[in-house]
Design a protein around this ligand. Sequence first.
Ligand SMILES: CC(=O)SCCNC(=O)CCNC(=O)[C@H](O)C(C)(C)COP(=O)(O)OP(=O)(O)OC[C@H]1O[C@@H](n2cnc3c(N)ncnc32)[C@H](O)[C@@H]1OP(=O)(O)O
Ligand SMILES: CC(=O)C(=O)O
Length: 493
Amino acid sequence: MIFLNIKVFDTTLRDGEQTPGVSLTQQEKLRIATKLDEIGIDYIEAGSAITSKGERKSIKGIAQQGFNAEILSFSRPLSVDIDYCLECDVDGVNLVVPTSDLHISDKLKITRDELIQLSNNAVDYCKDHGLIVELSAEDASRSDTDFLKSVYLSAINHGADRICVCDTVGILTPDSSFELFDKLNEDINVPIAAHCHNDFGLAVANTLSALKGGATEFHSTINGIGERAGNTSFEECVVSIDRLLTNFSTNVNIHEIYDISKLVARSTGVYIQPNKAIVGENAFAHESGIHSDGIIKNSATYEPMTPELVGRKRKFVIGKHMGTHGLENRLKEIGLSVNKTQLQQICNDIKELADKGKTVTDVDLHVIADNVLEINHEDRIKLDELTIVSGNKIMPTASVKITFDDEEILNAGVGLGPVDAAINAVKTVDAFSDVELIEYHVDAITGGTDAFIDVIIKLQKGDKVVSARGTEPDIINASVKAYISGVNRLLRD
Ligand SMILES: CC(=O)SCCNC(=O)CCNC(=O)[C@H](O)C(C)(C)COP(=O)(O)OP(=O)(O)OC[C@H]1O[C@@H](n2cnc3c(N)ncnc32)[C@H](O)[C@@H]1OP(=O)(O)O
Ligand SMILES: CC(=O)C(=O)O
């Protein structure tokens, strides 16, 4: 079979960074660009050079790495913007030219003829200075198609290397996207790209239709971040091409997708919803008994792809909907083997707890399993006393008295807040030195300031990760309780 190689243009560092509230440092941008290059992205739009001094430093830093990917900057068709791009040593520009009458008359306040002139002059200026030009028609999907075509053809005559069709406010549908690209493809003989927005949740579907209509490149962002509802999600699009569009391929190493998704979420602070395709927390997690049983027998029953394909692992989650097959699997994973009666009893106890409306965690599973199996663990670490001093004019300070085996230990710590100070005081015990807090989650169980606080944490020691929980009226006590309970578990198993 002949594969049509589709080029991927990543705009995480430009349109993705336009997500309200997101601003990446030079180091963060470089780290993301390095990973984008490593996983096989063809074109990286590193930012908009006109935006600020810091932005230009970031773009130049990326452009000077000698990556395999072509490095571009966003630019309006204005010499002031293009000069800043040249200052950054980029390979090319994403030259954005609005083509809808709405944008031409109401935003730029010029005529169609003046717009074509502006666009052609800018292409000439870029080509005179040795830049690759991808000419993106902004609001192309709401433009008069004949006029749109004439802007593109004119720019191509002036040397534009590629063109891009922007569905700037995400109003295409899979049908209209196919028709538009099919029509443009009749007369345009340079590569055509699709840049779709997700205002109606159709960005990925529209991008796939654009490819079927003749586009050979698409723009996307990691995790689909970007203006308003975001852009085409890179991971959804690339994996769909790999799995569903059998005669198309990309240069992307899809096994690395999860790593880059986590990097972008951490760097931008934009965390993804659990049910997001491919990279969401639940994309390969199974709770319900019928599904877990099917998966154990043959994973294809309830998974359209293996988690390993995109660098992930399958997870069986305990809870109200579980069955004994999935539970037995999870118990094996935590090193417990049980007989049939014990398995059924643990399953019943979990369902009883879940029926009270509680999220059942791994901590609960351990407690329930220990009870049923009559395992009695003696905790090696006990908190005897905790004192906190905090206020608006002093550094939060904590002192603790801890018994570790039979030794009594007194310690103190300071921190950014009282919880941090208390955990720092506890952490100074030698036995905790290689324990890392990797997740901290806090919930108020009831509504008021007298609410019970539920703290769930994850701790790591070497390869081993455990969850622990502390529930108290006081957030500091709840946090310390969760921490000590987690360390006891790490020391025990
Ligand atoms: C669909 C997209 O994603 S477009 C990309 C959006 N990205 C950005 O805006 C990047 C960050 N932007 C910035 O830092 C600033 O907006 C700057 C530096 C570009 C411009 O700042 P200012 O000069 O203060 O102008 P401001 O942002 O308020 O207004 C935009 C101006 O650009 C003009 N403009 C907008 N798009 C284009 C275009 N494609 N071509 C030519 N001019 C344009 C507007 O008409 C307006 O010009 P005016 O002052 O003559 O009315
Ligand atoms: C250029 C661009 O980002 C858009 O039209 O959406």
